[in-house]
Design a protein around this ligand. Structure first.
Ligand code: NDP
Ligand code: GDP
Length: 327
């Protein structure tokens, strides 16, 4: 039975990846940072019905000694490094923490592997945010980077560190440059989930308006359930590499609102307001990925449409709020 270590297992992707790998017969160890809220920290895993099927190991991305101990004890065949301060807007409020977790944390893990388990295969969760102020209309593995936030700068450091450890030490270290991916388990602060939760609350009469920032920004949105499969496929290849994972379609926040509100029979223009407080100091206006290499080399392709994903998310948020109202 192969063993996988997942950092960030309590997040959106960690939960879906754990479920996917359990289905493939893996033993799963998940890095858990100590928290006063440990009773609720496994909510996403519980939602997927797998909380009792994973083992938690104690550590923090900023503490190299904890990572060395974990890698030694778990002896994983594959390590998926998903842990990060992952919210772009927060990275201007906490740039140093973002640099240390999202950037330096990657090198902490690479060092732990180099010291304790050099034969393990490594996946780094890189991000389309690294393209930032885009240098080409469609972004591929060959597009130059231009990060626009402390988060993106930190991710770029993690990406190049992964490439460097591959080239320096022959490690099987791959970097997945994933475009935005969402699901009912997405954090409430991200725009898709904020909108689907807002739609549910407005539909149920719990709110009337939803405040948003830049409605013109465009993203290439896919479904997290499909994107975690691409992570696994990267680690099954003979050679490590970099891969863009995307749908190849881009839509605006306005499009997202139109789809989500009209799903419950509402007009988004009646219920959305823009707030200058939600604008970012530097914006990534548009992202659109070219998933051609992933399709050719991994046989991977996004299949779930934005409309179907938004419908799934609105339904999940309606159910959550209805359950709360009943309680
Ligand atoms: P989430 O924000 O949902 O999850 C982040 C995870 O990192 C949580 O489990 C969190 O733990 C953990 N974490 C944060 N800080 C530390 C720390 N110091 N030590 C250990 N663990 C820590 O992110 P997603 O699941 O959405 O994303 C997964 C990865 O993919 C992230 O690295 C993200 O930046 C990257 N990514 C995501 C994209 C997306 O669209 N979702 C796009 C491209 C890249 P806790 O629960 O304790 O807070
Ligand atoms: P990101 O691409 O990782 O930054 O994902 P987000 O979901 O946080 O943001 C996607 C885009 O939506 C960005 O261009 C934001 O500026 C834009 N946006 C507009 N209004 C909001 C909002 O209220 N919250 C968030 N999170 N983003 C918003």
């Amino acid at each position: 039975m192969p063993t996988a270590l997942i950092t960030g297992i309590t997040g959106q992707d960690g939960a879906y990846l754990a479920k996917f790998l359990l289905g493939k017969g893996y033993r799963i160890a998940g890095l858990l940072r100590r928290s006063a809220s440990s009773d609720i920290i496994g909510e996403r895993l519980r939602w997927l019905g797998i909380l009792d099927d994973v083992t938690f190991v104690d550590g923090n991305m900023t503490d190299l000694s904890s990572l060395i101990r974990v890698v030694k004890d778990v002896a994983p065949d594959e390590i998926y490094n998903l842990a990060a301060q992952s919210f772009v807007a927060a990275s201007w409020q906490q740039p140093l923490l973002t640099g240390s977790v999202t950037g330096l944390g990657v090198v902490n893990m690479l060092e732990a592997i180099r010291i304790a388990r050099p034969e393990a295969r490594f996946y780094q969760a890189s991000s389309s945010e690294m393209f930032g102020k885009v240098q080409e209309p469609v972004q591929s593995e060959r597009t130059p980077f231009y990060p626009r936030s402390p988060y993106a700068v930190a991710k770029l450091f993690g990406h190049w560190s992964t490439v460097n450890y591959r080239e320096s030490f022959g490690m099987h270290a791959s970097s997945g440059i994933l475009f935005n991916h969402e699901s009912p388990l997405r954090g409430l602060e991200f725009v898709t989930r904020k909108v689907t939760d807002g739609v549910a609350r407005i539909k149920l009469g719990l709110a009337d308006k939803l405040a948003l920032g830049n409605m013109g920004a465009m993203r290439d949105w896919g479904h997290a359930r499909e994107y975690v499969e691409a992570m696994w496929l990267m680690l099954q290849q003979d050679e490590p590499d970099n891969y863009v994972i995307a749908t190849g379609r881009t839509s605006s926040i306005r499009d997202l609102c139109r789809i989500a509100f009209s799903y419950v029979g509402l007009n988004y223009q009646d219920h959305t307001v823009t707030s200058s407080d939600l604008m970012r100091p530097a914006e990534v206006e548009i992202l659109l990925g070219d998933p051609g290499k992933a399709h050719r080399q991994l046989g991977w392709q996004a299949r779930i449409s934005l409309e179907d994903m938004i419908a799934e998310m609105v339904e999940a948020d309606l159910s959550r709020h209805r359950a709360r109202l009943k309680a």
